[in-house]
Design a protein around this ligand. Structure first.
Ligand code: AMP
Length: 298
C-alpha cells in the first residue's frame, strides 16, 4: 500500500490507474478505523480493481465547540489495518493540501433543502456544507468510479447522493449497512471517548431504535401512534441517563418528518452519553397492506 500525502500526486496516480483501464473504489474516512470502516474497504476491494482510502479530519465539518482538536488520530494503526486489508492507496493529506491558502470556493447547500435542515443539520450548522465540500474535492482528486459510505451516517448519505445528482458528479454512491458491537452499539471512532459505565449505557440507543422498528414493522402493533412510539423511545434513552438531542421518525428519502406510515422511514437519534455525542438510526420498512391503518405523528 502506498501512502500519498500530496493532493496532486494522489490525483496523478489514480489518473494513471484509470488510464490502464482499472476501476477505482474510494472510501473517504476521518481515520481511527474500526470494523465499520473496514466493511466499506472490503466491499470496495471486492468490486473494484484499485481501492483508495482517504484519512482526513476535515476542519470544515466541525463546529467551533466540537471535537476537531481531540478527534483521535492514529495513522500508524490505521495504515496497518488498511495494508492488511489489501488497500492500494492511502491518501493522508495535510489540511493545506485540501484547503490551500486563498481557497475561495466551497459547496453551498440551499438552506431550504429539506433533507439537510432537520436531524443533525439542525444542530450542526455548516456541518453538511463542510462534508459536501470535502467530498466533492476528494471525488475530484480520486476520480473514483464508486465511493463507499456507511448507513450509520444516514443523513450524510442522503446529502452525498443529492450532491452527486446536483453537481453531476460521475461517481456511483454505494451505501453499506451499519456495523455494530455485540450489544448493538453502532461502531464509531467516537466510542473511544466513552468510559466503561458510559460504554455500557450507550447500547440503549440501539435498543430504543430497534424496539421502535419492531413495533412499527410488526403488524399487530402497527396502528400505534408514531408520536407515542417516539415518546416511549426517548423515555427509554433518558432512563439510562442519556441526553437526547433529537429523536425523529422521517421519510427515508426526503428526511422530512413522517406524519403517517410510509413505505420506508428512518428513525434517527443523536444523544449525549456523558460528553460524547453519538448518532444512530434504524431503517423501517412497512408493507403496503400494513400502511392502510394510518397513524399520526403530531
Ligand atoms: P468517518 O471516519 O466517521 O467519517 O466515517 C467514514 C465512513 O465510514 C462514513 O461513510 C461512515 O458512515 C462510515 N462508517 C462509520 N461508522 C460505521 C459503521 N459502524 N458501520 C458502517 N459504516 C460506518
Amino acid at each position: 500500500m502506498k501512502i500519498i500525502r500530496s493532493a496532486k500526486q494522489f490525483q496523478k496516480t489514480l489518473e494513471r490507474e484509470r488510464g490502464r483501464g482499472r476501476t477505482i473504489g474510494f472510501v473517504p474516512t476521518m481515520g481511527a478505523l474500526h470494523a465499520g470502516h473496514l466493511a466499506l474497504v472490503h466491499e470496495a476491494i471486492k468490486k473494484n480493481d484499485i481501492t483508495a482510502v482517504s484519512i482526513f479530519v476535515n476542519p470544515a465539518q466541525f463546529g467551533p465547540n466540537e471535537d476537531f482538536n481531540k478527534y483521535p488520530r492514529v495513522l500508524n494503526q490505521d495504515a496497518r489495518l488498511l495494508r492488511r486489508a489489501g488497500v492500494n492507496y492511502l491518501f493522508y493529506p495535510a489540511v493545506e493540501e485540501i484547503y490551500p491558502e486563498g481557497c475561495s470556493f466551497s459547496v453551498k447547500l440551499d438552506s431550504e433543502a429539506g433533507f439537510a435542515k432537520g436531524l443533525c443539520g439542525r444542530f450542526r450548522p455548516g456541518h453538511f456544507e463542510g462534508v459536501a465540500t470535502v467530498v466533492a474535492k476528494l471525488f475530484n482528486l480520486s476520480g473514483a468510479c464508486r465511493a463507499y459510505f456507511g448507513a450509520k451516517d444516514y443523513q450524510q448519505t442522503v446529502v452525498i447522493r443529492n450532491l452527486v445528482k446536483d453537481l453531476l458528479l460521475p461517481v456511483q454512491i454505494v451505501v453499506r449497512p451499519t456495523v455494530r458491537e455485540k450489544d448493538g452499539l453502532a461502531m464509531s471512532s467516537r466510542n473511544r471517548y466513552l468510559n466503561s459505565d458510559e460504554r455500557k449505557r450507550a447500547a440503549v440507543i440501539y435498543q430504543a431504535l430497534s424496539g421502535l422498528k419492531y413495533c412499527l414493522e410488526n403488524p399487530s402493533s402497527s396502528r400505534l401512534n408514531l408520536k407515542v412510539l417516539k415518546k416511549q423511545a426517548v423515555a427509554h434513552l433518558e432512563r439510562e441517563g442519556l441526553v437526547v438531542q433529537y429523536f425523529e421518525i422521517v421519510d427515508a428519502e426526503t428526511l422530512l418528518p413522517a406524519g403517517e406510515l410510509r413505505a420506508q422511514m428512518v428513525a434517527a437519534a443523536a444523544c449525549f452519553c456523558g460528553k460524547t455525542r453519538l448518532i444512530d438510526n434504524a431503517i423501517i420498512r412497512i408493507p403496503q397492506k400494513q400502511r392502510t391503518g394510518k397513524t399520526n405523528q403530531r
